[in-house]
Design a protein around this ligand. Structure first.
Ligand code: F6P
Length: 549
């Protein structure tokens, strides 16, 4: 396979083939087996990919593409602990974080699984003590509030999982998250908390990220001001990091540090000790179930043939939409309130991983890589932007996520929720012709003139693609499988686009420039900026606190 997939004859053939695919409604009418061919099940999840603009011939060509792109080889290299993050020379082994104790995942010839389980055991002991009240604050009271301080991958994964598993939360413990360097986030989280019963988890792979460190120092000052003696801070601060030296320098005892490793990428780290707040909120058993759910998806991804492999199919449908049909974004629409943060988590997993414009050789890619990911829960989304998805000139494929069994007793609500979810994908696929719209208007008693005038406005192009992922219920295991599904989708697409999915150099430049500007906000712009940036700095130089009263 050449480094740029789109320069191959195979790619041109795919584009030709895609242009000849019949409308989806015709594909359904013509093939009674279509649903079965495009429905896959694994790890308790069902993927209905039948509402995509793909016929048998295109699907076969897509599997050829995946094989020719070396998807299987890259998967094997990942599992073998090879340094597939080539720009940072790192193994990529988040799968080892959810491996069974007897599994073997070598990094530089050393099996990392025993280390993983040692940290899980450390977490279990700590989590058990905090949850049952044996771990107390300086005044001897049980912890009631946990504030997790981290950002990016050290925040989004556990924040999303805690929200998703809200139904499993501990009745005494409240877990909150602070990521933003905007102190409004910290002020809001700390409002009305008692320092004597508050525990901070400082989560940073590097323990140098400026936002996290600034927030950590503010939390420390708040605890001291709230009456925690300096010598007792160790009861109120624990760390999750790979950087023992920096954790110690901050003043956290290594006994209260939960480690992980450089082969865990930030956006893939919720399975490591970065998931500590999930375990605190839901219990260690639930956390282990989350890992087991992800492991079930890992086992499927590693062993199922490409044709029946869920992550591979999801990835290939993404390739069709982004590369063959030209979609510039993907909408994620979870029909479950507790999955509200799924789009945010997937934004980081997909966009930070595959938001790349050079290939593994540093050459510019010749086709688009990851589209923009966005979305919010249905049914809210329907009343905001679905208009555009149905009738706009800008279209986006949609990933619907539906959960069959709710954790509440309002079944009439739940039927309405699911009905909306299923109706949206059907409407997007079927559309409505102008003739049908006109006939409906006439039937409703409108005049011929009115029907002519209004019919174009009530016409839906249809043939707009979507995936529907179905979970039987939203529990730790199904959540683990869902997140792992998307993680592996990213790996497959990265292999096809021939990019390094596991580095993130793009966030560096802004960080460097911010360091200069922060000084200039105090002392004035140094003059090395463009006129716009200089003016913005000058405008913000006289910062002062506004009293909202
Ligand atoms: O934003 C870039 C990034 O490096 C993410 O990839 C990472 O998850 C986040 O910053 C936080 O990094 P750390 O865990 O080292 O604080």
């Amino acid at each position: 396979m050449p480094s740029s997939p789109s320069s191959s004859a195979r790619w041109s053939a795919l584009i030709d083939r895609s242009a000849r695919v019949a409308p989806m409604s015709t594909l359904f009418d013509d093939d009674p087996d279509r649903l079965a061919k495009h429905t896959l099940e694994a790890a308790g999840l069902v993927l209905d990919a039948s509402k995509n603009r793909v016929d048998d011939a295109l699907l076969a060509a897509l599997f050829d593409l995946a094989r020719a792109s070396g998807v299987e080889a890259r998967r094997a290299a990942m599992w073998a602990g090879d340094k597939i993050n080539i720009t940072e020379q790192r193994a990529v082994l988040h799968v080892a974080l959810r491996a069974a104790p007897d599994a073997l995942f070598p990094v530089d010839g050393r099996n990392v699984v025993p280390d993983v389980h040692a940290v899980l055991d450390h977490m279990a002991a700590f989590v058990g003590q905090v949850r049952d009240g044996a771990w107390t604050g300086h005044a001897g009271h049980a912890i009631t509030d946990v504030i997790h301080i981290g950002i990016g991958g050290s925040d989004l994964g556990p924040r999303f999982a805690c929200a998703a598993l809200h139904a499993y939360r501990h009745e005494r413990l409240t877990v909150r998250f602070v990521a933003n360097v905007d102190a409004q986030a910290m002020d809001d989280a700390l409002a009305s908390l008692d320092a004597a019963t508050t525990l901070f988890v400082i989560a940073s792979k590097t323990f140098t990220t400026s936002e996290t460190m600034m927030n950590a120092h503010t939390a420390r000052a708040w605890s001291l001001a709230g009456g925690v003696p300096e010598a007792e801070l160790h009861r109120h601060f624990v760390a999750v990091s790979t950087n023992e030296k920096a954790v110690t320098a901050f003043g956290i005892d290594v006994a209260n540090m939960f480690g992980f490793w450089d082969w865990v990428g930030g956006r893939y780290s919720l399975w490591s000790a970065i998931g500590l707040p999930i375990a605190l909120a839901c219990g260690m058993e639930r956390f282990r179930e989350l890992l087991a759910g992800a492991r079930a998806m890992d086992d499927h991804f590693a062993s199922a043939p490409l044709e029946s492999n869920l992550p591979v199919r999801l990835a290939l449908m993404g390739i069709v939409n982004a590369n063959l049909l030209g979609a510039r974004s993907v909408c994620v629409a979870p029909y479950h309130q507790h999955l509200e943060l799924l789009p945010a988590h997937l934004q980081q997993v997909e966009m930070e991983s595959n938001g790349k414009s050079v290939d593994l050789d540093g050459e510019p890619v010749a086709q688009p890589t990851v589209p923009v990911i966005w979305g919010q829960p249905g049914t809210n989304a329907q009343h905001a932007y679905f208009q555009c998805l149905h009738q706009g000139t800008e279209w986006a494929p949609i990933d619907f996520v539906a959960v069959i069994d709710p954790a509440h007793r309002h079944l009439e609500h739940h039927r309405a929720l699911l009905a909306n979810c299923f109706a949206q994908s059907e409407a997007l696929m079927r559309g409505k012709t102008t003739d049908a719209a006109r006939a409906e208007l006439l039937e409703a008693g409108r005049s011929d003139a009115d029907a002519d005038r209004l019919a174009p406005h009530k016409t839906f192009a249809g043939n707009r693609p979507s995936n529907t992922i179905v979970l039987q219920r939203l529990d730790p295991a199904s959540l683990g499988a869902l997140v792992a599904l998307y993680e592996h989708k990213v790996m497959v697409q990265g292999a096809i686009w021939n990019v390094d999915s596991f580095d993130q150099w793009g966030v560096e430049l802004g960080k460097v420039l911010a360091k200069t500007i922060v000084d200039e906000l105090e002392h004035g712009a140094a003059g090395s900026h463009d006129a716009s940036t200089t003016a913005l700095i000058d405008r913000a130089r006289a910062i002062r606190t506004v009293d909202p009263a």
